[in-house]
Design a protein around this ligand. Structure first.
Ligand SMILES: [Zn+2]
Ligand SMILES: [Zn+2]
Length: 184
């Protein structure tokens, strides 16, 4: 989703499109950057449809301000019971792009906003939005807040019923600390 700077009118310009799924998946597991290693720590995400994005572009001098949102519905595995589950997310997209020619200038600080650079002529919004989405994908999706997860001993899915392992007694002091824990 490229746009030339001279095509951004003074009142700004809104772009709406849907992200390219292949490009998004490549970003989740970049082949060049030790993809397999990252794959071990990232859950798998299967998007049900190309995520729709809306961004507003405004120009101040040669600086481009990007502000928008991207939303996605996807399937991933519950972190407790490991069963596939559906989830959705809406991620903010905020970025300030300065022209490359200003890179060397010891600049004013921009707070709370990601700063990037562009060639001074054209901005490609797709990678910016893709990255915003990838960075906010939740790592800890649960199928339900009441998901009981897997038995740590036998691995049975406790949502499907109790297993044959010895049940932890409510009064057992050894587990009293764990009882208050919540998996976020
Ligand atoms: Zn679950
Ligand atoms: Zn068990």
């Amino acid at each position: 989703m490229k746009i030339r700077i001279r095509d951004i009118p003074p009142e700004g310009r809104t772009l709406e499109w849907s992200l390219d799924l292949d490009s998004l998946q490549r970003r989740l597991v970049p082949e060049s950057e030790g993809g397999p290693a990252r794959k071990l720590v990232m859950p798998e995400y299967v998007f049900s449809a190309p995520p729709p994005a809306t961004v507003q572009l405004e120009l101040e001098g040669s600086t481009v301000m990007i502000d928008g949102t991207v939303s996605a519905q996807f399937r991933t595995n519950c972190v407790r019971c490991l069963e596939p589950t559906n989830a959705s997310i809406q991620s903010p997209v905020k970025m300030v792009l300065k022209s490359h020619s200003e890179r060397s200038r010891p600049d004013e600080e921009v707070e709370d906003v990601q700063l990037g650079f562009y060639d001074g002529k054209e901005v490609d919004c797709a990678p910016i939005v893709e990255e915003s989405l990838v960075l906010t994908l939740p790592l800890n999706v649960v199928c339900s807040e009441s998901c009981r997860g897997l038995c740590p001993t036998c691995g049975s899915n406790l949502n499907e019923g109790a297993c044959r392992c010895a049940p932890a007694k409510d009064g057992d002091e050894r587990f009293s600390v764990l009882r208050g824990l919540k998996i976020q």
